[in-house]
Design a protein around this ligand. Structure first.
Ligand SMILES: Cc1ncc(COP(=O)(O)O)c(C=O)c1O
Length: 438
């Protein structure tokens, strides 16, 4: 039921407001793999919301934990006061992070986790007497949220353009190479040499001016761009050799998306920090976190005079008790249902085979996958943009996806079953034939 007269008052984020408000898509409720819209239709959520509802929608265990927490302790300041649930959540979380990255700084979103990580990197370099290391290196097509630090290191032009002078940042080349790697199953074979570009950037700027490199192990919002075999290990090796921190932005990659708690674990590459959000609470409440290497924490703390604040940074809602309750309940579900590993097992294999069965259909120029993330890339013969039309058609056919240009990004809830995967493939098959045949 509509309790509003006009849609004008809500300025919607990252949305073509005028087009949307002319033909809105309104979701009224959600359960498991499904969204239910205001016409009573059932829509398969093939993106887990915005890559976040990893345990599926409407989990009662999380709702109960949230309700109980509000009635016990709804809020208290995280500055100079503590609450048990914040410490408990941090302790539980680090059972999943790579060994030695077991200090957690909480934020309220992925964007804020990124800002926090960049500031921790600068605080660390200052604390060890290397304040000249103030630049960052990001990567083309990288998405690190929308705040000024995040758009500076980010590599998506529309998100940066028009926002004035940003932080001193340079960018690695992206690793999307459809010409050489089209229809790769899992990690693409070609492109490790693109990690060598880091050597050049470090020489160009002088590594004594670089605080940190930040990349997503798999770029999500940039169009599901996978790291070529050996690429991430190479980045790690170069960063270590040049005394530069390596930050993995795992806001999407974390919490089972790649078949493990973190991409760092799955790829066996140890960064110095990991940013996380989204699936950390199953998307139910906003919360972000930075997992920090212990030595970074110790260095920053020990550089400050005894009894004084060591790091001048934090949020009103850092470690919000209700968000922590949601996160703990989400972790219970992930662990008890074995969801974090599913993408590396039988269902991940089925996902790969099913998506790749689209190869050869008209209009489809690439399919890529890893864990339970995937992309189907289309191209029209006349070069026109087809992604937005495909997104609308998918919705009409009962599926919610994300279009990045002509790349259709997929990141379903980790509870997905074979029948849902078959439905995804059927819809793409139909669209390919409708839009691209002849
Ligand atoms: C890799 C990555 N980093 C950061 C963010 C920003 O997170 P949020 O939208 O919670 O601020 C996102 C969001 O999609 C993301 O994909």
């Amino acid at each position: 039921m509509k309790n509003y007269q006009s849609m004008d008052h809500f300025w919607m984020p990252f949305t073509a407001n005028r087009a949307f408000k002319e033909s809105p898509r309104i979701i009224e409720r959600a359960e498991g793999m499904w969204l239910f819209n205001d016409e009573g239709r059932q829509i398969l959520d093939a993106t887990a919301g915005l890559w976040c509802v990893n345990a599926g929608h409407g989990r009662k265990q999380i709702a109960d934990a949230v309700a109980a927490q509000i009635q016990t302790l709804d809020y208290t300041s995280p500055f100079n006061l503590g609450h048990d649930i914040g410490f408990e959540f941090a302790e539980r979380l680090v059972k999943h992070s790579p060994q030695g990255l077991d200090r957690v700084f909480f934020s309220c979103s992925g964007s804020e986790a990124v800002e926090s990580a960049l500031k921790i990197a600068l605080a660390y370099q200052n604390a060890r007497g290397k304040g000249g290391k103030y630049r960052f290196i990001g990567r083309e097509k990288g998405y690190h949220g929308v705040n000024f630090g995040g758009i500076s290191v980010g590599g998506l032009t529309p998100n940066r353009k028009g926002f004035g002078p940003l932080l001193p940042v340079d960018h690695l080349p992206h690793t999307l190479d459809v010409e050489r790697n089209a229809f790769s199953k899992g990690l693409p074979e070609f492109g490790i040499e693109r990690a060598e570009a880091l050597e050049n950037l470090l020489q160009f700027h002088g590594s004594d001016s670089i605080a940190a490199v930040i990349v997503e192990p798999v770029s999500g919002a940039g169009g599901v761009v996978l790291p070529p075999v050996g690429y991430l290990k190479k980045l790690r090796e170069i960063c270590t050799r040049h005394d530069v921190l390596l930050i993995f932005d795992e806001v999407i990659c974390g919490w089972g998306r790649l078949g493990d708690s973190f991409g760092a674990n799955r790829f066996d590459v140890q960064p110095d920090m990991i940013t996380s959000a989204k699936g950390i609470t199953n998307g139910v409440l906003p919360l972000g976190a930075v997992f920090v290497r212990n030595e970074i924490y110790d260095t920053v703390l020990n550089a400050a005079p005894e009894g004084q604040v060591e790091f001048f940074h934090g949020y009103t809602y850092s470690a919000h008790p209700v968000a922590c309750a949601a996160g703990l309940a989400a972790l219970d579900i992930y662990e008890s249902e074995g969801l974090l590993e599913r993408g590396a097992g039988e269902i991940g294999q089925y996902w790969e085979e099913a998506l790749h069965s689209l190869k050869g259909l008209p209009g489809i120029v690439d399919v890529r996958n890893f864990g339970l993330i995937g992309a189907v890339q289309f191209a029209a013969a006349d070069g026109s943009l087809v992604g937005p039309t495909i997104m609308k058609r998918c919705y009409e056919l009962g599926m919610s996806i994300r279009a990045v240009g002509d790349i259709i990004a997929l990141s379903p809830p980790l509870i997905i079953e074979k029948s849902h995967i078959d439905q995804i493939v059927d819809i793409f098959t139909q669209i390919s034939k409708e839009m691209f045949r002849g």
